[in-house]
Ligand binder design. Structure first.
Ligand SMILES: Nc1ncnc2c1ncn2[C@@H]1O[C@H](COP(=O)(O)OP(=O)(O)OP(=O)(O)O)[C@@H](O)[C@H]1O
Ligand SMILES: [Mg+2]
Length: 234
């Protein structure tokens, strides 16, 4: 059975997609077979990996076609992808929140990484029911930290356990950020990855280049930081 990691924060713009992709690529560098699943209808991950307008997508899983052929796409990053689709916006009530869990358990990968949307709606509940572990990326501001705490609370009713809180876009000079970091450590202790991911212009530049940070600037300090974090998750 694959190990399933969900990247989730109920607040938007927390650094989920960036962290999910960077850590997925680092896992593949460590020799793991990695599948990414884009569960966000916005499809940022699908866009970065160049798989927009794919005929088959994660929507097929939610529509009851768990084993639809052609759902898994190879990418240039040595990770496979089940892309998102705007059809996810039209999804009416899910019959069972375990639908994603059952589908993902039929795939043979070492690691499955799910990029979740903001919020705690039905699709995200299915992610909480599918994941073994949660990585909660958060900016060091109050709304993002609040979203991180909401996910940790929500996860208590599901099988997913919080593995790590990952501070993102960290600006060491920001006093408010230091206060938020202390607040997180007070609440989550050693689960908080310290230091987190620094703010870096390389990240939006990698998006423009249509590639992951780890392939865009292989030897940069920030790529190295993602590798160290992934090593601790191995
Ligand atoms: N360490 C960083 N330094 C600078 N910019 C960053 C960093 N991490 C992420 N960003 C940028 O911040 C924005 C939000 O990041 P990202 O898309 O990873 O977050 P998200 O939680 O997936 O957001 P969304 O709610 O849109 O799904 C993106 O434009 C991204 O390029
Ligand atoms: Mg995202």
């Amino acid at each position: 059975m694959s190990r399933i990691l969900g990247f989730m924060n109920s607040a938007g713009g927390a650094g989920r997609t960036t962290s999910a992709l960077s850590i997925a690529v680092a896992f593949s560098e460590y020799g793991r077979r990695v599948l990414m699943v884009d569960c966000d209808p916005q499809g940022a991950l699908t866009f970065i990996l160049g798989k927009e307008r794919s005929h088959r997508s994660v929507y097929d899983i939610y529509a009851g076609r768990e084993r639809a052929l052609g759902m898994i796409h190879q990418t240039n990053e040595r990770v496979d992808l089940i892309p998102s689709s705007p059809k996810l916006y039209q999804l009416s009530r899910l019959k069972k929140s375990e639908v994603l869990f059952h589908a993902l358990n039929s795939f043979e990968y070492d690691i499955i990484i799910i990029d979740a949307a903001p919020g705690l709606g039905e699709i995200n509940q299915s992610v909480l029911a599918a994941a073994d572990e949660l990585i909660i990326p958060t900016r060091l501001d109050l709304l993002s930290v609040r979203g991180a705490i909401d996910v940790a609370e929500a996860s208590k009713k599901y099988r997913a356990k919080v593995r790590a809180i990952l501070p993102t876009m960290v600006d060491a000079r920001a006093k408010h950020g230091v206060e938020m970091m202390n607040e997180l450590i007070g609440k989550f202790g050693k689960q908080v990855i310290d230091p987190g991911i620094p703010k870096s212009l390389l990240i939006p530049e990698a998006v423009v280049a249509g590639t992951s940070l780890l392939n865009f600037k292989k030897s940069s300090e920030i790529s190295g930081r993602f590798r160290e974090i992934t090593y601790d998750l191995l």
